[in-house]
Ligand binder design. Structure first.
Ligand SMILES: *Cc1c(COP(=O)(O)O)cnc(C)c1O
Length: 534
């Protein structure tokens, strides 16, 4: 279809809102069955895209306080089922399209709202999202140069730019992109395993003989890290837990003792995994000390910097990653703290040449026998994934347009705001804030006067649920050392101190309600001489 034929169609939809369209207009709800041509109609694409852009622009420019509206799964199932065309063959219907779009937006966590304070995923830089659609429409599987020329070049450009920020010498390190930090962590541990147990790719762990390959992780490591032990056959019994200090960082002295005792028990720790930005509170482990410790034990040091790795882009925050340059590998999630569409993870290796040792296969259809200038820049053999979205382009595009400071400014703002939230909460007599935030994650406990400590954890969960149900704010919770805390992750740069005051007022209001209810219940139990649980 030529542009002359498409644009009038878009014009039609520009002039009318979908709600005003009657069933006879354009290609909506025509009787009869659709042809193959229609399923791939350019006009329908343009109309749908126009509709989506309008809805998204409305959403982005709104300023209401919203968390998430949870629906009962059975109700949502019924609503969704109702939107499915009843026959096996349908036609494009802009009404149906819009209703599906609206249902998706309605049930979403409102990451663009100032009420969203819950999780590590963020709204994205809008232009990056546009490019995500473009790359969906023009697929360039990013693993092979022939199929994904620009994605492989973008990989190399960001590799160079970010690796230089680590402080590594030009041309000596390398980076691959993966779909998520879970996969990046697994890939890095595989490289470490193949490095320390070269026979294991073919011989399996049995090739280690009487040695028992093990990994060591901090008590607060992300679950994807410990899961690796199960996936690659090390086994959970061979995961050494490194104790934390009062700031919930791995404690170097405790870690040294744990590694010595593991060695004494016959464990061969080949990989130490530290965190830069733990999921629970955003803590950064002491990397220089852990690098020295790993070296002493002949172990690889991998840093799971999924959350705080983005500090690299900020001159002010980068010093908090000191020691990262000593790691053998680290990963960072651009879909978290660099604000691009998921999934986009960068996995760095200090030494060039390591990446291809993760999956040392030589299958003829992926490997050309001779490396040329094109195969030299591609990542295929270094990756678990075969077909892979070129998500790196979203990051490269935003970086190309706005430069490093766009990311740095937002991240610095979020970290500053989280510090201000900490100071505010710490100044309130009925809030406990055990950790000064190193990042944009803050954990706290609401403790109204007179509530005893056994009641506190359940109260926090009730508060999380009540605040969520009220619909204006969204918080998460975390369990630390058997105590439940509320958890705030600030990912939206529009959040100000008045929003923190707002959520605090909301928490107090629900707590009063819950405790009054408690009092009424125990009064009733006393009156009817009931025992709790009867
Ligand atoms: C989010 C996160 C992960 C998991 O990353 P995905 O990209 O969701 O796979 C791993 N480690 C840490 C520290 C994280 O914050």
């Amino acid at each position: 279809m030529t542009p002359e034929r498409i644009f009038p169609m878009v014009k039609l939809y520009e002039q009318k809102d979908v709600n005003e369209l009657d069933d006879s207009s354009a290609s909506t709800s025509k009787a009869g069955s659709a042809s193959l041509e229609e399923f791939f109609s350019v006009g329908d694409f343009a109309a749908a895209a126009h509709q989506a852009v309008k809805r998204l622009a409305d959403m982005l420019s709104g300023d209401s306080l919203e968390g998430v509206r949870l629906q009962r799964p059975a109700d949502l199932m019924a609503r969704a089922r109702n939107l499915m065309v009843p026959a096996d063959r349908g036609r494009f219907d802009l009404h149906r399209f819009s209703e599906i779009l609206d249902l998706y937006l309605e049930t979403a966590i409102k990451v663009n709202s100032r009420g969203y304070m819950a999780r590590q995923f963020s709204s994205v830089m809008p232009v990056a999202a546009v490019f995500d659609m473009v790359s969906a429409m023009v697929p360039q599987p990013a693993s092979y140069y022939e199929a994904g020329q620009l994605p492989n070049i973008a990989d190399r450009l960001l590799e160079e730019t970010l690796g230089r920020l680590v402080g590594w010498p030009h041309g000596r390190f390398e980076m691959v992109t993966t779909s998520g930090a879970s996969l990046a962590n697994m890939t890095a541990v595989l490289v470490a395993r193949n490095h320390c147990f070269p026979q294991s790719w073919n011989g399996g762990l049995a090739a280690a003989g009487s040695r028992r390959p093990a990994i060591a992780v901090g008590e607060d490591a992300h679950f994807s890290v410990t899961r690796v032990a199960g996936i690659i056959g090390i086994g959970q019994d061979q995961v050494v837990r490194l104790p934390l200090n009062y700031r919930r960082q791995i404690c170097p002295a405790g870690a040294a003792a744990a590694l010595d005792s593991a060695a004494f028990c016959g464990l061969d720790v080949f990989c130490v995994i530290a965190s830069a930005g733990t999921t629970s509170i955003g803590a950064n482990d002491p990397l220089p000390e852990l690098a020295a410790l790993a070296k002493r034990h002949g172990a690889w040091l991998h840093v799971d910097a999924a959350h705080n790795g983005a500090f690299l882009v900020s001159d002010r925050l980068r010093p908090r990653l000191s020691g990262l340059e000593l790691a053998d590998s680290f990963c960072m999630d651009a879909h978290k703290t660099l604000f691009v569409p998921a999934l986009c993870t960068l996995l760095f290796y200090k030494q060039k040449g390591m990446a291809e040792t993760a999956f040392p296969q030589k299958d003829s259809y992926v490997f050309d026998p001779f490396e040329d200038e094109m195969t030299a820049v591609q990542s295929g053999v270094k990756n678990f994934e075969c077909t892979k979205r070129p998500a790196i382009l979203n990051l490269w595009l935003a970086w190309s347009l706005y430069g490093r400071h766009a990311f740095a400014d937002k991240l610095e703002h979020l970290v500053t705001m989280t510090g201000a939230a900490h100071d505010y909460l710490a100044s309130q007599p009925d809030f406990l804030v055990p950790h000064r935030p190193e990042s944009n994650i803050l954990c706290f406990v609401h403790r109204p006067a007179g509530v005893d400590s056994r009641r506190l954890s359940r109260l926090q969960i009730q508060l999380r649920d009540r605040v969520r149900a009220a619909g204006q704010y969204l918080l998460s919770k975390v369990d630390l050392d058997g105590r439940t805390m509320l958890r705030m992750v600030l990912m939206n740069h529009q959040i100000g101190l008045h929003d923190i005051e707002g959520v605090v007022a909301e928490i107090r209001r629900h707590a009063r309600d819950i405790l009054e209810n408690d009092a009424t219940e125990s009064e009733q139990m006393r009156l009817f001489r009931l025992q709790p649980g009867e």
